[in-house]
Write a protein that binds this ligand. Structure first.
Ligand SMILES: [Zn+2]
Length: 86
């Protein structure tokens, strides 16, 4: 029984979730897709299903391409202000 549980756990993969917009990454074959929450804040059915499938403890926080770009832009701004001479 215990061994079976361990086996299942080691097979379980982590689900990458964007720490900014909570979008989740889906791999379909060779292509990478991001599933985002609806604009009104509700979750698409597939989104809820995936979160339930993996469980909240198996989420790994990352940035989706969209938020990664925005974060990068923020860092650029901060770097610029650091170089500002009074
Ligand atoms: Zn995001």
């Amino acid at each position: 029984m215990e061994n079976k549980n361990l086996e299942n756990m080691s097979k379980k993969e982590f689900l990458p979730i964007c720490s900014v917009c909570k979008g989740i990454r889906i791999i379909k074959g060779d292509s990478e897709n991001w599933l985002y929450k609806n604009k009104d804040g509700t979750e698409p059915e597939l989104y809820t299903q995936l979160i339930e499938k993996y469980g909240k403890s198996n989420l790994t926080h990352t940035y989706c391409p969209k938020c990664y770009k925005e974060t990068e832009a923020e860092i650029d701004k901060e770097t610029e202000s650091d170089n500002f001479h009074w």
